[in-house]
Design a binder for this molecule. Structure first.
Ligand code: PLP
Length: 441
């Protein structure tokens, strides 16, 4: 511990940590970290540099807000939406998938969900129940912790490995070693990856797709950070390059496309679930244990989505339909807007590395990791939990990589979204003091 006072009173940090029953901050979930930081800020009146939660730091796309207000004025609040989504939105999702992924999916199989979170839940509920003799999901980690929580809630098993050391040609044997067990129903990953920001290449996606077909496993591809690999320009509708996707290499896929980060529409909890025509039509008698139909698409809509929430907020569907229409028509360049995250990441990484920190996941195959929504950090001689609690005393919050399934338990994930550029000098001053108080041996 530092001998001079730290920006945040150490007694408050330890009292609040104790009160919340968090004996080890390294194991705390994102929402628990958020809660404790809120409390400490309230107690001390000091603002943290908040890097724990991926809340979009940009305003929601106005075209969505306007359409949603209009829909409410038109009276949709009183009316249950169809569970499978309003036709205008389903059509725009199908168009979006064609224009930005170059993939064909019939509008019927494009379904709005209450965020990608619900899309994942509904996918696990149905896909993982198609084969009674399989265990559940294979996660290509590091990953978004709550997606494992979803499998746990459902009582499904799961397997996982940190994919960082198994990129490129090493991916096939590693993946196959899990698929050969015959226990995997689905594979889940995000690309760009939360938290490491690695992006799978087309070659890797081909490997995943080919193996999914060979072992008849469904890939749940989480595109929460759609087109946010800013090294490429995926923003032009109908023009290559397109956001890389496994859908090019297998028909065994479900895509989760979030509106939260790409369109800054996190608050309304609306996302898109895109089910390949083949998966939609799959049949399995084992589904009848839970659903009235043996067909996956039917079970998804009239079993899972009906049972979870009976559809997705009516007015938010109008918002997303309007956003997608503008984006599909080339009227809004949503990627250009989101580039601000990458610009901030560049500065933040510099501030951290100038003060003794290292970037944990620093390579994307042979290239330096791109600047995006997240980056990862470590400090010499400290484990992730220790580093996080030390940084708390300097008014800096993040989450540990330990909770993401990362092998790098010494590291933290930092999110670039909430910090404002005006706060960079404060971050720099706090990091300088941290370094002085924790000399590197
Ligand atoms: C990888 C990943 N998947 C899914 C989500 C959740 O998306 P949504 O807000 O659409 O539920 C997030 C949000 O941070 C995420 O990082």
């Amino acid at each position: 511990m530092a001998s001079r006072p730290t920006p945040i009173d150490a007694d408050v940090v330890s009292r609040r940590t104790r009160e919340l029953g968090l004996t080890d901050l390294g194991k705390a979930s994102i929402r628990e970290i958020k809660k404790i930081v809120d409390l400490i800020e309230g107690d001390t009146g000091q603002k943290f540099i908040r890097m724990e939660m991926g809340i979009p730091g940009l305003p929601a796309l106005q075209v969505g807000v306007d359409a949603q207000i209009q829909a409410l004025k038109d009276g949709v609040a009183a009316i249950y939406p169809d569970i499978q989504g309003i036709p205008a939105l389903k059509n725009e999702i199908s168009r979006f998938v064609k224009l930005f992924l170059d993939v064909d999916v019939t509008p019927e199989h494009c379904v709005p969900t209450v965020g990608s979170m619900m899309g994942g839940m509904a996918a696990f509920m149905t896909v993982n129940r198609m084969w009674a003799d399989r265990e559940g999901t294979l996660y290509l980690d590091p990953g978004f912790p709550v997606q494992k929580q979803q499998c746990k809630l459902l009582g499904h098993g799961y397997m996982s490995f940190d994919v960082y050391e198994h990129r490129g040609e090493k991916l096939r044997p590693k993946l196959e070693s899990y698929l050969k067990t015959g226990k995997v129903s689905s594979i889940l990953y995000s690309s760009p990856n939360n938290p490491s920001w690695i992006c799978f290449t087309d070659e890797e996606l081909r490997t995943i797709g080919e193996l999914a077909t060979q072992y008849n496993v469904i890939v749940i591809e989480d595109l929460a950070y759609f087109a946010m690999d800013f090294r490429q320009d995926y923003a032009k509708p109908g023009q290559a390059p397109f956001q890389p996707t496994v859908a090019k290499y297998t028909d065994n896929y479900i895509l989760l496309i979030s509106s939260s980060k790409a369109f800054s529409y996190a608050g309304e909890r609306i996302g898109m679930m895109v089910v390949s025509d083949k998966v939609w039509d799959m049949r399995s008698p084992d589904l009848l244990r839970f659903f009235s139909s043996d067909q996956l698409g039917h079970s998804l809509i009239f079993g899972a989505i009906y049972g979870i929430s009976s559809g997705t907020s009516h007015s938010a569907q109008y918002a997303l339909a309007a956003i997608l229409k503008a984006v599909n028509n080339g009227e809004i360049d949503f990627v250009q807007i989101a580039k601000e995250y990458g610009e901030k990441a560049k500065v933040m990484k510099r501030l951290f590395t100038e003060n003794g920190f290292t970037i944990v996941y620093d390579k994307d195959l042979d290239e330096p990791i791109a600047d995006g929504f997240y980056f990862t950090l470590a400090y010499p001689g400290m484990g992730g939990g220790q580093l996080l609690s030390e940084l708390f005393h300097y008014g800096i919050s993040a989450i540990t990589l330990g909770i993401t399934g990362s092998e790098h338990t010494e590291g933290l994930r930092a999110c670039t979204s909430l910090i404002k550029r005006e706060e960079f000098p404060l971050l720099e001053a706090r990091l300088k003091q941290f370094r002085e108080d924790h000399p590197i041996g």
